[in-house]
Design a protein around this ligand. Structure first.
Ligand SMILES: Nc1ncnc2c1ncn2[C@@H]1O[C@H](COP(=O)(O)OP(=O)(O)OP(=O)(O)O)[C@@H](O)[C@H]1O
Ligand SMILES: [Mg+2]
Length: 325
């Protein structure tokens, strides 16, 4: 059994609002091994970002983790002190977002931002930090790194800002990188380049990556395994090959149906019919029920299906999965 890096169990993260409780994360269970890339997919609003933010205790107010367990190397994180969390956030687990411009401090030059992180968490002096910062930026594909250090975030293009954020995210060689749509705002060439850097990071440092994306093409290229989220829960989990060959959950199956087909001129994503899952005060039943082409009466009466292993390494939360022969 490979070493477990992260183990999330029955995680619930809720937003109490005037209208009711938004169950953004509603019973997520997820495991990540060392030196692995796990893709996390699912439609907008299904709870992917809140799952990642829960891991680092960065859920925005009034959101709150109300139940569950998140273990990092076997240690419970939800009960850690601020001090321990700061250490983990600095040295062990880092987070990169889709929108780099929000993550960088607008009034501090790039060089200073990278150097400060290095100096805060490691024992390097000013010169060494500067040297390392240049090296990092170069490795992220920034040609004139010396010049870049002097610039402010507003002086960077989107692609450059994304590279800088990635450099900051990996500066301390984290064991785990939570990458939330790291390439979706970039053009195809830049996207390929950033994905290449992420692969190198894994190869050179053994960094595991939780890769959140809407893009199944990115998942196919990058991920060892995939977790599919719907309505605040994981509805399917499998290694990438099995999931693409044989999606068992009707929602996952629908995702693949919605992909543009290469053998026709159709390039537009077909949305899955029906309205998205109800996150506000959800009913205790399968969140996909109202849209599911395979729903049975049982799905209405038996409560939410638990996530169980239906084949070795393939987990599913569904009472009436797709059938293949
Ligand atoms: N401040 C808030 N108050 C109430 N509900 C919130 C708040 N922030 C997020 N939510 C809800 O939490 C749910 C999960 O949001 P989350 O951002 O995790 O989705 P996501 O899967 O990352 O979506 P996307 O693919 O669009 O990034 C959503 O239904 C959202 O409406
Ligand atoms: Mg998100």
């Amino acid at each position: 059994m490979p070493n477990l890096l992260l183990e999330i169990r029955d995680l619930h993260t809720y937003f109490k609002t005037k209208e009711g409780t938004v169950k953004a994360v509603n019973g997520v269970s997820l495991q990540m091994e060392e030196n692995s890339i796990l893709g996390l997919v699912g439609e907008s609003g299904s709870g992917k970002t809140m799952t990642a933010l829960s891991v680092l205790q960065l859920v925005p107010y009034p959101g709150k983790v109300v139940q569950g367990s998140i273990k990092y190397h076997g240690r419970e994180m939800l009960t850690m002190s601020q001090e321990e969390m700061r250490h983990i956030r600095g040295m062990e687990i880092s987070l990169i977002f889709q929108d780099a411009s929000n993550a960088l401090n607008p009034v501090i030059a790039i060089g200073k931002q990278v150097e400060e992180i290095l100096r805060e968490h490691t024992n390097v002096g000013r010169r060494e930090a500067r040297y390392q910062a240049i090296d990092l930026l170069q490795r992220m594909g920034i040609p004139d790194a010396d010049d870049m250090l002097k610039r402010f975030p507003f002086q960077l293009s989107g692609g450059m800002a994304q590279r800088v954020m990635l450099a900051i995210g990996v500066a301390l060689k984290p064991k785990l990188l939570l990458a939330d749509e790291p390439t979706s705002s970039l053009d195809v060439t830049l996207q390929a380049e950033i994905l290449q850097r992420l692969r190198e990071l894994r190869r050179e440092n053994g960094t595991s990556i939780l890769l959140i994306t809407h893009d199944l093409g990115v998942i196919a290229q990058m991920a060892d395994a995939v977790a599919v989220m719907y309505g605040g829960m994981i509805v399917e989990y499998a290694d990438t090959r099995s999931l693409f060959a044989k999606p068992l959950h009707p929602y996952t199956w629908g995702l693949f149906q919605a992909l543009p087909r290469m053998d026709t001129d159709e390039r537009v994503l077909k949305p899955i019919r029906g309205i998205p899952a109800r996150m506000l005060d959800p009913v205790d039943q399968c969140p996909f029920l109202e849209r599911c082409p395979k729903a049975l009466n049982r799905c209405r009466t038996q409560g939410r299906p638990p996530l169980i292993e239906v084949e070795p390494g393939h987990k599913l939360a569904c009472y009436n999965p797709m059938v293949y022969d």
